[in-house]
Design a protein around this ligand. Structure first.
Ligand code: UDP
Length: 323
């Protein structure tokens, strides 16, 4: 297949683009490099630098005739989305609308979209199933939910074949591809940075109703997440919009992550208790039964220590990230 990967210079997009190349697909990366890194664009792909808000660029790109699009390009910081909701809606919703219109014009029939667990807000039941109410608590989650609904409508009206994959907490690295965000807000890279620099990491909230008082999240290896995209791309049928949660189905608390990082790195890692971070639900754990049943997807690297160890190896090999 000939596949366009929007956001293919980012953390997850670069891993998936490299998996596509390895599977023999002709792969083109679209990225404006505002968050992504030129160095992260995989060998064997072609980079088209630009932004989906540029309708001329987007139409021209799609006019190359792709069989499918994997759509990662988005803004994804919860805190920033609360402060600047307009740019989150503009980038995430308007950018996707431009992409969908350009796909329609060009006759591109397949789409896999990076959705998020944030669409569920503070779920009442865990593990979370796809049928759970969608009640996002921040503009990031709302913008992704708006796109999920937009895609559903376009599938019904235009016969697009699409899948929304709702990611839980993605971690780990894959060969020369790893996580290099500016600013970094995610727990695992921050814990590992504390290990590398001998500094400390904050534990946001120790009074949650969980087994040790810290928040519980479902961590999934970026390679396992990537494989789900390839399966979704193959399986999508015209006029159908499938929605799948993607996690391990097992939750780890913040303290458990810090403990696992101590074992992996051999460093003591200073952890400082701090107040809760605004908008963080106590527990987010996915039920991935639906994607396992429909697409035969199964995590191959479910162990937290493997994810942390792969991220640690990447960080040690890239002390300055891609820079
Ligand atoms: N967290 C923390 N210290 C940090 C960063 C994150 O305690 O320096 C907590 C955060 O409050 C959440 C969990 O770790 O409960 C995972 O946060 P992350 O930002 O990695 O992912 P999120 O679940 O917010 O998407």
């Amino acid at each position: 297949m000939k596949v366009l990967v929007t956001g293919g210079a980012g953390y997850i997009g670069s891993v998936v683009a490299s998996q596509l190349v390895e599977a023999g697909h002709e792969t083109v990366v679209l990225d404006d490099l505002s968050k992504g890194h030129r160095e992260a664009v995989p060998e064997g792909t072609r980079l088209l630098q630009g932004n989906l808000l540029d309708t001329g660029f987007t139409r021209q790109t799609l006019s190359e005739s792709f069989d499918g699009v994997l759509h990662f390009a988005a803004l994804s910081l919860v805190g920033e989305s609360v402060e600047k909701p307009e740019i989150y809606y503009r980038n995430n919703v308007c950018g996707t609308l431009n992409l969908l219109e350009a796909m329609r014009e060009a006759g591109t029939g397949k789409l896999v979209f990076s959705s998020t667990a944030a669409v569920y807000g503070e779920p009442e039941e865990v593990p979370i199933q796809e049928s759970a109410p969608t009640l996002p608590t921040n503009p990031y989650g709302s913008s992704k939910l708006a796109v999920d609904r937009l895609i559903g409508a376009v599938c019904g009206a235009r016969g697009l074949a699409a899948t929304s994959l709702r990611y839980f907490n993605v971690a780990g690295a894959s060969g020369r591809f790893g996580e290099d965000h500016h600013p970094e807000t995610h727990l695992i890279p921050l814990v590992l940075r504390a290990a590398a620099e001998g500094s400390s990491v904050k534990i946001f909230g120790t009074d949650y109703p969980t087994r040790d008082g810290t928040a519980v999240r479902d961590y999934i290896h970026v390679e396992d997440l990537g494989r789900a995209h390839l399966l979704a791309l193959e399986a999508a049928g015209p006029g159908e919009h499938s929605v799948y949660n993607l996690g391990n189905g097992a939750g780890f608390s913040v303290r458990e992550v810090v403990e696992a990082a101590r074992r992996v790195t051999g460093q003591s890692i200073d952890a400082v208790e701090a107040p809760r971070r605004a908008g963080d639900p106590p527990t987010l754990v996915a039920s991935s039964e639906k994607i396992q049943a429909d697409l035969g997807w199964k995590p191959e690297k479910p162990e937290l220590e493997t994810m942390i160890s792969d991220a640690w190896t990447w960080m040690c090999d890239h002390p300055n990230g891609y820079g």
